[in-house]
Design a protein around this ligand. Structure first.
Ligand code: SF4
Length: 118
């Protein structure tokens, strides 16, 4: 029996997941906890939020994120790739910063408009 805390909402239910009983989830207060508990043991995924360096903007970094969830085991490699990037303004919300990162089928996208400054 695995025990984990659901991170889907701030309530933070304490889940028990029974790997020997078809990943039966208990301790959840809603159905999203069942989905999360099963997925966390079978194929854990995360959304990454981070920042990239940007030149010629009014701030030195721009917030970015994955446009879909990625396998939890690839987080370190993906963070490494994000940290290599240096952008140049202007960049706009939704612009693809890194397409198909590490062949995951997921893009890194900008989360903020940052215009060029002189
Ligand atoms: S099980 Fe439902 S109510 Fe409990 S933390 Fe997860 S999402 Fe929130």
């Amino acid at each position: 029996m695995a025990e984990l805390i659901c991170i889907v909402c701030p309530k933070g239910c304490h889940l028990q997941v029974d790997e020997e009983n078809n990943y039966k989830v208990t301790g959840n207060n809603c159905g999203r906890g069942i989905v999360y508990g099963k997925q966390e043991l079978i194929n854990p995924v995360r959304t990454i939020t981070s920042t990239c360096r940007i030149k010629e903007a009014n701030l030195p970094r721009i917030p970015v994120k994955t446009n879909e969830t990625i396998p939890k085991g690839k987080m370190d490699e993906i963070m490494h790739e994000i940290n290599q990037v240096e952008l140049t303004a202007p960049i706009h919300i939704g612009d693809i910063i890194i397409p198909n990162i590490l062949d995951t089928g997921v893009d890194i996208v900008a989360c903020k408009n940052m215009e060029k400054v002189n």
